[in-house]
Ligand binder design. Structure first.
Ligand SMILES: NC(=O)c1ccc[n+]([C@@H]2O[C@H](COP(=O)([O-])OP(=O)(O)OC[C@H]3O[C@@H](n4cnc5c(N)ncnc54)[C@H](OP(=O)(O)O)[C@@H]3O)[C@@H](O)[C@H]2O)c1
Length: 318
């Protein structure tokens, strides 16, 4: 059986652990988090199950990821660490270390691909590795598969709601909340990234747009995507737009040339206007048609399940 390590063991990592135990096709030999490493020595399935139920209790030791790889020589790493868009670290170093040591990767973290898609994928190809990233965009809905299926077509544009948190904030404001109380509410529900700027200043949506564009062979980097803050609008404008039969949405767009994340008035008959809760929506404008994809983006269990789809593809290819 192939051997794997887990890098990160939060909401997604723990849900993924349970899915990997059920699948029983890759043996997990170690779990590394910011608190240290847990080595699974005997019965990996019951040890991993206990860890998922009891984390962060248990014995752990501090170890560098490179030492861990050298000690265990895993076939694959499951990466579920938080994003780090400002300078990319430690995420970029983790990806580079894994790839340079010929370890396949399945990730839910967008950082590496949003910042350095081309260079990472070039090394992945040269080293004949597998890099699964279905969970990075609309986790739970096969957005990456749809983007791959549109390669080589005449893509004229993309419009998408890619961040459920900001979408929820806008719908709370429509229903009468002030912007600040809507933000407080989503924080209370645990729906905001630990650094709220990642959602509210558009980093998350820009990272996802960048990954979709790169998947479609349009070179892109999060830093070249123009971002307007969600806070650039007031409550009155959001509610006035609703009264006029339209909705303000936080849209990630590509018009064939420009790429950005901004606030936009959307007609009510558009799927983009109707997307709510944890759902996302992407409109691909291809040739003279619009291809629409709507579906869930998270929570952690859907994210973990989309990583299992990556596992099945990895096992078939190997
Ligand atoms: N939640 C979702 O539905 C969803 C959907 C799609 C994508 N994602 C992405 O999936 C990733 C994980 O999300 P999450 O909700 O599981 O986050 P989380 O609950 O905050 O868990 C993050 C985990 O990463 C560990 N970690 C942090 N820095 C590390 C490092 N340098 N080396 C090793 N481990 C490290 C943390 O360690 P400690 O336990 O020691 O703190 C924690 O176990 C994020 O990038 C997120 O954007 C999440």
């Amino acid at each position: 059986m192939k051997k794997g390590i887990m890098v990160g063991f939060g909401n997604v990592g723990k849900a993924l652990a349970k899915e990997l135990i059920s699948l029983n096709k890759i043996e997990i030999i170690a779990v590394i988090t910011s608190k240290g490493v847990y080595k699974l020595k005997n019965n990996w399935r019951s040890e991993l199950n206990n860890l998922a139920n009891e984390y962060p209790r248990g014995n752990r030791e501090k170890i560098d990821i490179l030492d861990l790889i050298n000690e265990f020589i895993p076939d694959i790493a499951f990466v579920t660490i938080p994003p780090s868009y400002y300078n990319g670290e430690p995420n970029l170093s983790i990806y580079n270390t894994l790839i340079d040591n010929n370890i396949n990767i399945i990730t839910a973290d967008k950082t590496g691909l949003a910042l350095e898609f081309s260079s990472l994928m070039k090394k992945v190809k040269n080293n004949k590795l597998f890099f699964g990233y279905r969970a990075t965009v609309m986790a739970g809905t096969p957005a990456i598969d749809v983007a791959k299926g549109l390669r080589g077509r005449n893509l004229k544009g993309i419009k998408a709601v890619l961040n459920a948190t900001t979408n929820y904030i806008l719908s709370l404001v429509e229903s009468g909340y002030s912007m600040q109380s809507a933000i407080d509410k989503v924080k209370e529900l645990g729906l905001v990234e630990p650094d709220p700027k990642i959602d509210i200043d558009g980093y998350d949506a820009a990272a996802k747009l960048s990954i979709i564009l790169n998947t479609l062979d349009i070179e892109s980097n999060i830093n070249e995507i123009k971002r307007e803050s969600l806070l650039n609008i007031n409550e009155e404008k959001i509610r006035k737009t609703l009264n006029e039969g339209k909705r303000i949405k936080y849209i990630a767009y590509f018009d064939g040339n420009k790429k950005g994340v901004h606030l936009e008035e959307i007609e009510m008959d558009s799927q983009l206007a109707r997307v709510s809760k944890n759902y996302n929506c992407i409109l691909f404008n291809v040739d003279n048609d619009t291809i629409t994809l709507t579906g869930p983006a998270g929570p952690a269990i859907s994210t973990a399940k989309s990583m299992i789809t990556d596992v099945l593809e990895y096992l078939e290819k190997d």
